[in-house]
Design a protein around this ligand. Structure first.
Ligand code: CTP
Ligand code: CA
Length: 223
């Protein structure tokens, strides 16, 4: 049946997906992070597994259960997420970076809980740039088909296409996050997929439907 064919669209393929936020430690009890729920990445992992793929989900801290038939590797920081992603090099066909990676991390992690200081009304935490995980994978000699996401609040198409080129991605899924009804914590999303030769609009839909649309677009570009 058609359903059976669809379920096998990625049979024999290994898909690696990053998802969720990263947490960047300040001291043993504090961190810098963001509001990513991980829902889009987990929906992609579930959809890919349903379509026959072997799926490895490299996840930052979320409240979501591991999807069925998915192998999950849990990480906290961007550096750990990069290391886990690089471990899959040469063994993956497709890499999808849906994680909301912290762009910067504290330059050092205090060994002990930082104490308040009497009379100091301000404190400064020095941050350093994190490695770009999706760009590192896309520019590796053994690169898989590499898909990124772009969260933008303005000039969505222009910024997304610039990221596609700069990071040397095969595809990018661009989200307009200025609309607060969709995106980060929502069950729904709207986006546009860009690749070198074209684009495809995904109107407001569930993240589960969007996952299937993104996978269909990847499948079409692969073959
Ligand atoms: N990304 C990544 N590693 C980082 C930062 C981002 O792998 N250190 C990935 C995200 O998972 C996403 C894509 O890069 O797939 C774009 O992320 P985004 O935050 O939109 O872009 P940035 O390159 O970080 O640029 P900016 O936040 O300044 O817009
Ligand atoms: Ca960023």
């Amino acid at each position: 049946s058609a359903a059976y064919f669809e379920e096998g669209a990625f049979t024999g393929k290994h898909i690696v997906i990053t998802a969720g936020p990263t947490q960047e430690a300040i001291d043993p009890v504090r961190y810098i992070s963001n509001h990513s729920s991980g829902k889009m990445g987990y929906a992609l992992a579930q959809a890919a597994a349903n379509q026959g793929a072997r799926v490895t989900l490299i996840s930052g801290p979320t409240n979501l259960p591991c999807p069925e038939r998915v192998e999950r590797i849990q990480v906290k920081s961007a550096e750990q997420m990069l290391e886990a992603s690089l471990q899959q090099i040469g063994e993956m066909d497709i890499f999808i970076a849906s994680a909301a990676v912290a762009d910067y991390r504290p330059s050092e992690i205090a060994e002990h809980k930082i104490k308040k200081v009497d009379g100091e009304e301000q404190m400064i935490i020095k941050l350093v740039k994190n490695p770009d995980i999706v760009a590192t994978i896309a520019q590796h000699p053994e690169r898989p088909f590499t898909v990124g996401f772009a969260a933008e609040t303005q000039e969505v198409a222009q910024y997304a296409q610039a990221k596609l080129a700069r990071k040397k991605l095969d595809m990018i899924v661009a989200n307009d996050v200025s609309n607060t009804n969709i995106g980060f914590n929502s069950d729904n999303n709207a986006a546009t997929i860009f690749w070198a030769q074209g684009s495809h609009d995904l109107d407001f839909m569930s993240k589960s439907n969007m996952a299937n649309e993104i996978l269909a677009c990847i499948k079409a570009q692969l073959s």
